[in-house]
Design a binder for this molecule. Sequence first.
Ligand code: ATP
Ligand code: MG
Length: 353
Amino acid sequence: MPAQTIKTIEDIVQDLKSKKEVHMVTVYADLRKLGKVEPITGKSAKEAWLREKNEVRLKTGTIIDEMLGGGLNVGSSMLLYGEFGSGKTEIAECMAVLCPDVVIYIDTEGSFRWSRIEQICKERGLDMEKMFDKIILYQPANWLEQMMLLETMPTPLEVGKIGLIIIDSLTKLFRGIEFAGRQELGIKQPMIREYPISLTTIAKSYGAAMIFTSQIYVKPAANPFLPDWANECVVGGASLQHQASYVVHLRRGQGIARIARLIDADDQPLAEKPFVITAAGVMDLPDTEKAADLIKKAEEYEAKQRTFLDEKKKHGKKTVPEVSEPAQSPAEIEQPAQSPAENSLLGEEENAS
Ligand code: ATP
Ligand code: MG
């Protein structure tokens, strides 16, 4: 294909303005024609299964990995969403530090700090020099630059094996004044929706995993009988949740404690795990009797929730009102009790660090 027929970001914006359908997949096809990504070849089922079994799983180094079946696997994507300070960036940075291969880190918020990476490395006895080699940082200043990255992403041929692509956050740059008002939703929503699809497609072709983050907003018609976090929705809409292999909601506990809740997963049961943020990044709760007890209680709570859901399903009762967000579990709607982890968790910063 001659170069002039390849869609540029300006063409895409033009298409959007003229309300034409835009398919990022054509961008991907163009990238392939340019030799920027490897073509995908068909694999036998057994070959794929064996490959999956032997895959390196990318880790947070915490109990959260258990929720993901041992870590984030190649080709999968994880959406992290939650309130400010809930640990989205911290998890992303720790996964970048622990990833054995090259990491493409797209920081749209300006919250990535090399000094934080240095601190995490120092605390964990890791070599900071290696981080400079393996983390390729992009800090787009606006949504147009963010979109353009889809076309200019480096390939494994250029930078070596890419293990992880992170975008923190996916939605921030689409919250500017140019998109203010509902009338602009029709323009920005397709771009937000298509972005993780395109990025996952690229990640898969690179043999990498993908993490994207988003903020939250509180439902306008919040249910006052639920804990605050149960009324939190992901900025970017429920369609973002459908696109992730793992959807993890994060919330703050007491002090340095945070709670990760697996809201949806391709291949894992829903679960909830507490963790802490320390100088060394995201860590497990300190190895104390109290912490073990809390984890046990959280597991029992989740098991109870699952039994509750199974029972409901068996009896064919409708548990979610038509209007509710699909991401919110029926258990949260009908059993608004706080999890034990949240009730009693950890103000004890000195125990954890
Ligand atoms: P936002 O929506 O604002 O981007 P976030 O979910 O990305 O929030 P993070 O940046 O991951 O939040 O986490 C911030 C939390 O991490 C804060 O509570 C902060 O106190 C804690 N934190 C950051 N650096 C350190 C550190 N060096 N030592 C201990 N805790 C830290
Ligand atoms: Mg952040």
